[in-house]
Every structure is written in C-alpha cells, then in structure tokens.
Design a protein around this ligand. Structure first.
Ligand code: ADP
Ligand code: MG
Length: 572
C-alpha cells in the first residue's frame, strides 16, 4: 500500500510483457541488426568501387607497360626482317644477274663478292653450287674445293623452295653465322645455287638499338627454342631456352613470366614471317609496376580508413537511435504505469472514502454513547467501581479517536486524487505523512525526530503532491539508514520567498556520481528493489510548484535533502 502511494513501484509479475519490451537483449539484437545492415549497405558500394578502381587501374597500367614493349619488339623484328631480306635479295639478284659461267669463274665471283662486302656489312663468303650439288666456285676463308652438298638438308630445301635461311651456327673463327642460299633457274633450264655466309654480329647491333632498361633482355631464338643471339638472362648463343616456346602466332604477344632470378617480368615475343626465328624481349615487372604498387597501398589505406569511418559513424548513429528508442519505450511504459497507478489510486481512494464514511457514522455513535456513559457515571457519586469504569470509557473514547484519525487520513487520500491547490500547513502535512512511516520505523527501531518551526505561513500547493514529495524523500532516508538509525525532519521559515523542509538521515550516503544522477528517471542503486523514479518524480513536482531541492551527502555519513517551497504560487 505504502509503496503504491510513494511512487510507481510495479511488481514484475504484473508487467511481464513490459519487462520484455525494454529488455537489454532486445536492444542488443536490434543494434546488431541495424549496425550490420547499415554497414553492409554503405560498405558494399565502397567495396565495389574499390574493386573496380583496382582492376581498372591495374589493367590500364599493364597495357601502358605492355603496349610500348609490344611496339618495340615489333619494330625490332622489322629491322631484323629488313636486314635478312636485303641480304637475301642481294644474293638472289647476283644469282640471276650473272650467267653460270661468270659465277663459276672465281675471279669474277671474287670481284662480285668484294662489291657485296662494300655495300652490305656481314658477308663472309660466297659459293656457287650446281644443280647436282657440286661446289663450282668459292670465295671466302674456307677451303671447300670438291665438296658435294647433294645429300644435305639445306640443299634439298633450297631446290624445293628456291630460298634457304639457316639457323645460326658457329663458323669460322668461332663467330656466329647464318647461311643464305638462293636457287636460280636460267631460261635454258639450267639451275644453280648461290650461297652466302653472313656474320650475325649485326643482330647484336639491332638488339642493342632496342636500348632496354637495366634488368631487361632481348634475344632471337629459333622455333626449337635455341638462342640465335646472346641473352643476358638465358645464356649464350646456341644455348637452349629453359622454358618451352610459346605457340607460334602472327601477332606480337605479351605474357607474364618469372625470370631465373625469381623476378616477375613481362615477356613479349613475335615470330618472323619468312624465317624460323622469333624475337623475344623481357621487361622486369617490379620496376614498371612500382607506381602501381604504391597506388595499391594508397587504395588499400583509403579503403580501410573509409570502412573504419563508416563503422564508427554507423556505430555512433545506431547508439543514438537505440538510446532514443529505449528512452521513448521507457517513457511510454512509465506513462502507462503512471496511468495504471493513478487509476488504482483513484479506486483505492474512492474505496477508502466510502469505507471511511461508513465507519465514521458508527464511530460517531460510539463516541457519543461513550460520552453519554461517562456523563452518566459522573452524575452518580455512588456508582460502584466508578474509577475503573471511567478509565474503560476513556480507553473507548481514545480508541474511537484513533479510528477517526485513520478514517480522516483515508479521506485525505481520496481528496488527493484531484490536484487542488490550497493553502497547506506544511507541518501538518509532514506529520501526517510521517504517520505512514511510523510503523516501519518502530519495527526497525529507527528514530524519527522532528523539529518543526511554529507559525509557518501556509504554502499554496496540492496536498497529494506535497505528500508524495515528502514520502519519496522519507522513504529513501528510511532505506538508507541502518536499523536503529536516525531520521530528522526540520522545517523553517527561510526567507520572504521560501519555507524550507530538511530531511536528514545518518544512512549510507552517496558518492558524487550518484548525487549527479539521482534525479534522473530510472536511476537507482537499489538493483531490483528500486525503480529510480522517486527522486525524479519529486524533482518534477517541486519544480512545478516553483521550489528547489538541495542535496548534501557524504558517503558513509548520511544525507540531507532540503526542499524549498515557495510561499506564493508559481506563475503559469
Ligand atoms: P529508488 O529509491 O527507487 O532507488 P530514487 O529516485 O528514489 O530511486 O533514488 C535514486 C537513488 O538516489 C537511490 O537509488 C539512491 O542511490 C540515491 N538516494 C536517494 N536518496 C538517498 C539517501 N537519503 N541516502 C542515500 N542514497 C540516496
Ligand atoms: Mg526511492
């Protein structure tokens, strides 16, 4: 009963559903869902953007690196092809421009050879071979007199195709050479083969002209993967490449590969159209992709920073949302409870009023009859046991008075249901309110002292509300003191504006943190036993009346709550 009056103490059993609505678990799940959803929604596009950016950038960088390499390889292949084509056509021209007899004459052949050497670098020797494969004449450093080439593969090839270009071989003085052979068929049907050996040091010059960066490499290979020029990475001329040859194609291709030293690199290759050669160039990747790597790190850092920022923002926003939601839930709940409570109180009040009224009548009759009895006894001097009877009658009258006091208080409750501002005697209200607590105080051996100032001016207020204020503060004091503790209530006419009511206890006191929060709704240090509403309601009422509350508290020593009530009604 008392608790119902004091504040909104709602037993859990009655409000099982409400407890569930505001359970922390529910908010935790909700928060997790919101955070997850918001994070996904905002991070997904960022992720997609970052991925697209990453691949676009990589692709453009790669093509930026690959294209120049492709162009360079193409250009150099052209140089090689021109070089070989020039020499092939020279040999071809000579084979067709001179009759067989002239060419067979070593003197004439020598003269032609000297002109050729003057015009084109690289010619080493020149030989005429007849259609049976016999060497007819020769100019050059070898002694080849009497040789027959009829059984040799190259001779077959030149007889079929009319032209032959050999792979590189180590020839005279251990220099790499190639052989160009051309067959000519005269109008009379005779045919012969003119064969020239070319020094391939020119190849190295073409490769040097590619001016590759450090770590790069370029070389000529045949279709079997045998080096036709020296390579920086894969050995000397005539060594075999350590990797299989890529499939022949007419295009210039770029592939990724790993160099023997373990570096990532691009390999560009192109096959010759008229020769069994391929030109290859290797460009190490780290140097060319350095910029890309730094961009990638920037990208990653930006992405991570973005994600972190989003998470922080999402978390903060979610926290705010959840807090607002929770607060509004709690407000709603407390409003519902307050309504329930008010209704309960009003029905209790009506009941109490009814009961008080019903009981007041018999009490009045008892009182009247007891008074009559006393008068009658008093009029009869010879009444036997007069003193004892009078004492009994007085006891009846005292009990009746106590009963009346109770009904009076009950009627007070009933009145309190409707807010009615009236001039109140604060001392009377305090005394009445303390009456509710006397039983508990007595039971716990707590002394309730009062030091009430006399002649206090009446305070315009609502009796019910003021009573609630005092009850809330007194209840807290009672909860704070140990058994045998002390609660002291003092009233004073403070100044022309305020009357002060001070409620002092020698209980557990509060730390600074608790004092800071004690007026907040739902703040309690009493775990399940408190609702944290008492002080917030008190604060609301006092403020509405235009008053003030002051708190002085020391942990372990006690608390003094001083309520200042205005003597004049607050405006509005
Ligand atoms: P409740 O009493 O339900 O906990 P209140 O709003 O009445 O809620 O009080 C809030 C808190 O303030 C209490 O939990 C308690 O920690 C503190 N408090 C209030 N009055 C006193 C007091 N007289 N002595 C010690 N602590 C107090
Ligand atoms: Mg309380």
């Amino acid at each position: 009963m008392l608790k119902d009056i004091v504040g909104r103490h709602f037993p859990d059993s009655e409000n099982g559903n409400d407890v569930e609505i505001v359970s922390p678990e529910r908010y935790r799940i909700l928060r997790r869902k919101i955070v997850a959803l918001m994070a996904v929604v905002s991070i997904l596009p960022l992720l997609a953007l970052a991925a697209i950016n990453y691949y676009e950038h990589q692709a453009s960088l790669t093509s930026e690196i690959q294209n120049p390499l492709r162009v360079l390889v193409n250009k150099s292949r052209n140089s090689f092809e021109i070089f070989l084509a020039e020499r092939t056509s020279t040999v071809s021209l000579i084979a067709s421009a001179y009759p067989f007899e002239d060419l067979a004459n070593e003197k004439v052949l020598n003269r032609i050879f000297q002109v050729m050497r003057r015009e084109f670098v690289g010619f080493v020797d020149l030989a005429l071979i007849d259609s049976k494969g016999d060497l007819k004449s020769y100019v050059g450093p070898y002694d080849l007199k009497g040789r027959n080439y009829a059984e040799q593969a190259w001779f077959h090839q030149v007889s079929i195709k009319g032209k032959y270009l050999s792979d590189v071989f180590m020839g005279f003085r251990k220099f790499p050479h190639v052989v160009i052979a051309v067959q000519h068929t005269a109008e009379d049907g005779r045919s012969w083969v003119l064969r020239a050996t070319i020094d391939t040091s020119q190849f190295d010059r073409i490769i040097a002209a590619m001016s590759l960066e450090p770590g790069g490499d370029a070389f000529l290979v045949n279709r079997q993967g045998v080096l036709q020029t020296d390579s920086l990475l894969y050995g000397k001329v005539l060594d075999k490449l350590p990797f299989p040859m890529p499939a022949p194609s007419f295009e210039t291709n770029v592939v990724s590969m790993v160099t023997p030293s373990g570096e990532e690199a691009f390999l560009s290759y192109t096959y010759f159209a008229d020769a069994d050669f391929a030109l290859m160039a290797v460009k190490p990747r780290p140097s060319v992709l350095q910029t890309w790597y730094s961009v990638r790190i920037d990208l990653l850092v930006t992405f991570l920073a973005g994600v972190a920022a989003i998470f922080v923002a999402v978390y903060q926003i979610t926290n705010v949302i959840i807090r607002r939601m929770r607060e509004s839930d709690e407000r709603r709940l407390s409003a519902i409870h307050q309504m329930e409570h008010t209704q309960k109180l009003s029905s209790i009040g009506r009941l109490a009023a009814g009961v008080a009224h019903e009981i007041n009548n018999p009490l009045a009759i008892i009182n009247e009859k007891a008074g009559l009895m006393r008068d009658l006894i008093g009029l009869r001097p010879d009444f036997p046991d007069k003193e004892r009877f009078l004492a009994q009658v007085d006891a009846i009258i005292a009990s009746v008075n106590r009963g009346r006091g109770i009904t009076q208080r009950m009627l007070g409750f009933a009145r309190r249901m409707d807010v009615k501002i009236e001039p109140l005697d604060i001392n009377r209200v305090l005394t009445e309110t303390m009456g509710f607590l006397e039983r508990e105080a007595q039971y716990r051996n707590v002394s309730l002292e009062r030091e009430l100032a006399e002649g206090l001016p009446p305070i315009p207020s609502d009796q019910g509300q003021i009573q609630q204020v005092f009850l809330n503060v007194l209840n807290n004091a009672l909860a704070a003191v140990p058994d045998g503790g002390l609660i002291k209530v003092i009233t004073a006419d403070l100044d022309e504006r305020f009357v002060a009511v001070s409620i002092e206890d020698n209980g557990c006191g509060m730390c600074e943190e608790t004092v800071k929060h004690m007026f907040e709704p739902f703040f309690t240090t009493k775990k399940d036993k408190g609702t944290g509403l008492g002080m917030s309601i008190t604060y609301g009422i006092v403020k509405r009346l235009g008053g003030e509350i002051q708190v002085r508290s020391r942990q372990g020593e006690g608390t003094t709550i001083t309520i200042l009530l205005p003597k004049k009604q607050a405006e509005g």
